[in-house]
Design a protein around this ligand. Sequence first.
Ligand code: MN
Ligand code: MN
Length: 470
Amino acid sequence: MENEKSKGQILEEKLLSKPKSLGEIENTLLEQSREFCEGYKEFLSHKTEREIVDYVVPMLEKKGYKEFRHGTEYVAGDKVYMVNRGKTLIMVTVGRRGISEGARIGVSHIDSPRLDFKPNPLFESMGMAYFKTHYYGGIKKYQWFAIPLSLHGVVCLKDGSTVKISIGEKEDEPRFCVTDLLPHLAQNQMKKPMAEALEGEQMNILAGCWTYPDDKVSEKVKLNVMSIMHEKYGITESDFLSAELCAVPSCKPMDLGFDGSMIIGYGQDDRVCAYSNLMAEIDTKDQEYTTITVFADKEETGSDGNTGMRSTFFRDFLEDFVSVYGAESRHVLQKSVCLSCDVNAAVDPAFPEVFEMNNCSFLNRGPVVSKYTGSRGKYSTNDASAETMGFLRRILDENKIPWQVGELGKVDIGGGGTIASEISVHNLDTVDMGVPVLSMHAPMEVVSKADVYMLYKAISAFYASAYVKD
Ligand code: MN
Ligand code: MN
């Protein structure tokens, strides 16, 4: 009799929802996610949007994807991809239904906060050579001082050729850093508000301190650095004018915690969603609807420019892709559903005051579905409709995928956006779904492996679903 449930308990189970952690739901999930996350860590070790595209394209070709050709009438099962300027990528698997019935779209971004070189970066001061930077994306500046950095990017030479640079990742390569003030002399600095304690113009990357052996030269350290770079890459100082170089944390993605249940690494916003989305796209076969997977650039600086999601590259591609079937892209978009796959802030017990515990997301509770983002009275948000939320909920629940909702912090405490608002302007039903992250936008961010794996499962279920949108 003692084990019998009371009337209230039965009613409670029926009427109320109680969040559970993934470990409580299925304890073997961590084990299941480990192998998937090994591939993820490899993906994550590519640190710029260009490096991700360069890494993914050969992977796609191995899996049967062909470069998209305008005018070709692709048939069910065909897989195609298109690269935009080496920084964004569109991947498609053609479904059984005609494209005029709509598509399943997944979008994520592959750019992350970093320190970009200025056009005239190299200077010498007090016997040391530095690169001047302008930070890219929303960072807390102090986190980027006194940590090892690597340099990545491209330099376009006068003859039209391009040199790719990546230095500071391999064991035997040098690292770089921005130096900070010692606490002994930081009395005044420590009294300043955090946003003012360190300035953007102090974010200079230390590049060398040894002189070029010639007394007739005025800036010997600068010349020495430039001569090494010239020897290594064939570049001169004026070539920086036509370059895109940046510094990022040089650490590799690593397992975190005694249980190895988490990953610490740079750029997980939003490569964690990009990888889950990529794997779901690659696995897609024999599905009803055509899947379209997009890797976007420039999300961290507002999605502007021709590689950001506000560019027409996505719409142009769609138009080219569907016109051969006599379809109009606007009709296709109306009938499609889009997952904007981006991370959300996981509740951190060190900072409970910024989170509202009923509506913020937690590590290990599965993919976070965010009805809206934005700030200050839902300003600048794609607010997914009840119907779109219901559409996704039905797919996740029927496939037994645990998920949670997630609002980015308490009302009026801050906020932020995703590319959902850029993509939904195409008259496309869009909802945000992603992985909860600790220390978001810090040089090293933290995710739970089981969450990463469950996002992959969730996107796969969305891509495979045959539900007709109302
Ligand atoms: Mn993001
Ligand atoms: Mn971000």
